[in-house]
Write a new protein. Sequence first.
Length: 216
Amino acid sequence: MDLPPLSQEQLSTVLATARSASELYEALSQYEGPACFLSTSNSEEADLLSLFYSSFFFSHLLLDDIYEARAMTKRMPQDLAQNDATLQNCLRLLRAVWQRKYEHVYKVLRDLPWPEMLEPTVRKYELHFQEKTLKEVSRAYEAIRPDAAANYLGLDATAAKQGDPAIISKFTACGWRWDEETGLLYPQPITTPREKIGHSSNGLGEVMALMGSHSG
């Protein structure tokens, strides 16, 4: 079957119908060749390129393929990357993820403007990043302060430091133990198979979705 032409409508369809991170990546990777023939000097084509490369960028991150994401940012038109607000946001996010600056990752995802078409994918990546980080912290720490744990998950660290029950319950719902006397959380290792976009097993996805962007 012939590949449908690259357009905003086609990108919107791909983003909305991809059933997994790998499916999203495979669908978008077919358009990298056609994208090379678009001109950044044409405003409509430049807008399309911005949406394509930012979507393709997130498809890499959803697969945790940060090295390929970094390489892809080198292949996109550099004049566009330096002047387009959305692609600049992608580069800021890449630096934050690459340098493991957790608080900055959430700040970029939540506070910077993203195109409406891309917003659901940005939110999927935020959830994916929270889930991945929760598993990493669960394996890395025998005990951790609530405010430190909150920083990793993009929650209100000040409220967590004060032992806010709403924050603490979000960790205990994931199987962690809270010791009020020591003021420490005791993580339990979480192991789940690689998941499709927006889904996870053992209720982890639901718990992380409830965590959301705020402490309460």
